[in-house]
Structures are given as C-alpha cells and as structure tokens.
Design a protein around this ligand. Structure first.
Ligand code: ADP
Length: 194
C-alpha cells in the first residue's frame, strides 16, 4: 500500500467512507416551506401621511435554516428535491401510523403543498439527525433543536426525520430513485472525521 500514489490513497479513502456512512431521509414539511416565505411578506402600514414598514417577527427561511443545521454539524447532502406528494403517497410515507386518529389529517397535510425531500449522509446521521430535530411535540423539544426553536404544535412541527435504519432505508427508497442520489467525498471530510 505504501507504493500507491496519493490519488490512489484518496480513492481508497473515498470507497471506505462511502461504504461506512449511513443515510437518513429528512423532509421540510409544507408548514416549514411556507414559514420560510413569510418573512418576505413585510407590509407597509399607513398612518396619516406617514408609512412605516412592518417587519414580521424575526423569521429566517425554514428551508435554509434546516439545511444549514445539518450542514454545519458536518453531515452531507446527497439528494434533494421539491415535491407536492399526493395524499396516497403521504399515506404510504406515514403507513406505520395508519391506525392513529390523526392519520387522515396528517396525510392530507403532508400533501397540501411543497415538501423539500432530502437525503443526508454521515456517521450517526439517523440518530443524531433526530436529536437536531427534537421531540415530536415541539412543546417538549429542547430549545436549540429545530422543532424547539421553530415550531409550537405537534401537527405543525415543520420537519420529518427517519426514526431508525429500517425506516431510513424504506423512506429513501420511497422518495428517491437511486440515480437521484450522489456519492462523493467532500474536502471537509478529512477534517470532520480525521
Ligand atoms: P416523528 O415525526 O417525530 O417521527 P411520529 O412518527 O410519531 O413522530 O408522528 C409523525 C408525525 O405525525 C409527527 O411529526 C406529527 O406531525 C404528527 N403527529 C404525531 N402525533 C400527533 C398528534 N397527537 N396529533 C397530530 N399530529 C400528530
């Protein structure tokens, strides 16, 4: 192995990393997508002859906020698309919850507008992704988590993340074709993983 040129070492490293890393399915749900747009809806208030710009409460784009939290951690985005799922598709995604009283409303909601579907890759990304997201009910999510910082009620908790290796595999297969996902080594990886 010592005789290999540098490029061959890099290729070997890439293969090792590509094989080791796990992947998870993350989605910004319709409420997250819409929330991100609201800060641009600044209005103009007229009071006599004066007009004042009304700024909405501080709200950053939810899509970029969510992407940046995963990216800053050191995880790698390997697939992304914006889709409006049908209710049937949403029901497939949430099939494990089909007996819950909120299943119908949940499927309807997920199919009510654009969803940003993503696949993130990295060591421990399934479990740690759930930590970044926070508890299902935003009232119980710690501050600092995505739901803790950006959402208030369980029915509008803005983001989905796979809850285990099996669901991650199933959800990635449901939402993405293999050719829609990329494998690559980022320059930062050697500094993230050593
Ligand atoms: P998670 O999204 O954290 O994995 P679950 O798989 O238990 O949580 O639920 C899926 C989604 O269903 C939640 O993210 C939430 O949007 C919705 N949900 C869960 N519980 C309720 C509830 N009691 N009422 C309304 N919606 C709910």
């Amino acid at each position: 192995a010592l005789a290999l040129p540098a490029a061959a070492y890099m290729l070997q490293d890439q293969e090792v990393h590509a094989a080791e890393f796990e992947r998870t399915f993350i989605a910004v749900k319709p409420d997250g997508v819409q929330r991100g747009l609201s800060h641009r809806n600044c209005g103009v208030m007229r009071c006599g002859n004066h007009s004042t710009t009304i700024l909405q409460p501080p709200m950053r784009d939810a899509i970029s906020e969510i992407i940046s939290r995963f990216e800053r951690k050191g995880y790698k985005l390997v697939g992304i698309k914006v889709v409006v799922p049908t209710k049937e598709f949403a029901g497939k995604h949430y099939h494990a919850l089909k007996d819950k009283p909120f299943f119908n409303g949940l499927s309807e909601f997920l199919s009510s507008g654009p969803v940003v579907a993503m696949v993130w890759e990295g060591e421990g990304v399934i479990t740690y992704g759930r930590k970044l997201i926070g508890a299902t009910d935003p009232q119980k999510s710690e501050p600092g988590t995505i739901r803790g910082d950006l959402a208030v009620v369980v029915g509008r908790n803005i983001i989905h993340g796979s809850d285990g290796p099996e669901t991650a595999k199933d959800e990635i297969n449901l939402w993405f074709k293999p050719e829609e996902l990329v494998s690559f080594t980022s320059n930062a990886e050697k500094w993230i993983y050593g």
